[in-house]
Design a protein around this ligand. Structure first.
Ligand SMILES: Nc1ncnc2c1ncn2[C@@H]1O[C@H](COP(=O)(O)OP(=O)(O)O)[C@@H](O)[C@H]1O
Ligand SMILES: [Mg+2]
Length: 322
């Protein structure tokens, strides 16, 4: 595999809460190869968005980053000051935040919003060059140049999401993090937005982290898939392996809950409730819902172990070679 463009190691984020501290991201490590597409899936509340924000050091109180390291092309980001970090957002790592299509400025034309993103990073272009740049960005995401003169309310959901992608990529980042970019869209538009993201990513040669909870959709788009549970990564594997031979019981439950031709009954769902992060059980956080849990799982939290060539899994069973 090529040299990693992004390396996250032992990243930890907590939220101070009246009833105790919530560890929303609890020692997450992974790396992203240049040009790679990595998916991050897991139930709502497992820490996906918090991790995306933590990579860019955008966690706000009551949240805080407790530790860990993030390296972009080998450069450690935790040492950068606020100004350097601000420049790095968009230019190095661009985030399409969850719900971003609803946070476009309603009283500002799309072209102006792209221009602001460009200007924010002091790109001194002439008016004509700027207009050409904006038209070019819009066409990259499959929007007509006339969209520059439109307001958000004049666009469909899919068009708004494309506009957000155009803003995110305006400085040709090396890494794009897209947090649930399609969750509010209907199925056909979801696919179109995914295809747009794939094309943009290829054009730029950027790596992508795609955050979502729809494993079926993600599996068609990513090279590798990471599964999060209760603030931790529990399995990371090439997507083909993950789908055909999932190793973690939680991954298996996620996959068998996908509607498929064989399981025409529809969603199976995962038995039990998603855990409360401020009140996690001892041992493996998944053990109360795990059909295969044994004594050790109630006692000792499993750590990520390499299995096979490109996969890691945090499960005592997988470790035991089962
Ligand atoms: N602003 C916040 N204040 C307090 N707790 C938060 C805040 N944002 C997130 N959390 C906590 O972090 C957990 C993970 O949230 P999040 O990263 O949004 O999950 P996901 O994106 O996987 O749905 C939540 O369950 C919640 O306990
Ligand atoms: Mg989220």
């Amino acid at each position: 595999m090529s040299k990693p463009v992004l390396e996250v190691s032992d990243l930890r984020v907590s939220f101070a809460h009246p009833l105790g501290v919530v560890r929303a991201v609890d020692g997450v490590s992974f790396s992203l190869a240049s040009g790679e597409r990595l998916g991050l899936a897991g139930e709502s509340g497992c820490g996906k968005s918090t991790m995306a924000l933590a990579i860019l050091r955008m966690i706000r109180p009551p949240g805080r980053i407790d530790g860990g390291s993030v390296r972009l092309d080998g450069e450690e980001l935790s040492g950068l000051d606020e100004e350097a970090m601000r420049r790095l957002r968009l230019a190095g790592i661009a985030l399409v935040p969850q719900g971003s299509m609803n946070s476009l400025n309603p009283v500002m034309r799309i072209g102006q919003q792209i221009e602001d993103a460009l200007a924010d990073h002091d790109l001194s272009l002439s008016r004509a060059a700027l207009d050409a740049r904006i038209a070019d960005l819009l066409s990259t995401v499959g929007l007509r140049p006339t969209v520059a003169r439109m307001y958000p309310h004049e666009l469909s959901g899919g068009m708004k999401q494309r506009a957000c992608i155009a803003i995110a990529i305006c400085l040709r980042p090396r890494v794009i993090i897209a947090d649930e970019p399609t969750s509010a869209l209907d199925v056909v538009v979801q696919r179109q937005v995914m295809e747009t993201l794939a094309r943009v990513q290829k054009d730029l040669g950027a790596a992508v982290i795609l955050v979502g909870h729809d494993m079926g959709l993600m599996a068609q788009f990513v090279d590798r898939l990471g599964i999060m549970y209760a603030g931790r990564l529990v399995e990371v594997a090439p997507v083909g392996e993950m789908v055909t031979a999932p190793r973690h019981p939680y991954t298996r439950a996620l996959i068998s809950s996908l509607p498929s031709l064989e399981h025409r009954g529809g969603l199976q769902g995962i038995p039990g409730l998603a855990p409360l992060l401020r009140d996690l059980p001892p041992g493996c956080a998944f053990h109360p819902r795990c059909p295969l849990a044994f004594e050790r799982c109630r006692r000792e939290p499993p750590t990520l172990q390499a299995v096979g060539e490109n996969a890691v899994v945090a499960c005592h069973l997988a470790e035991a070679g089962a």
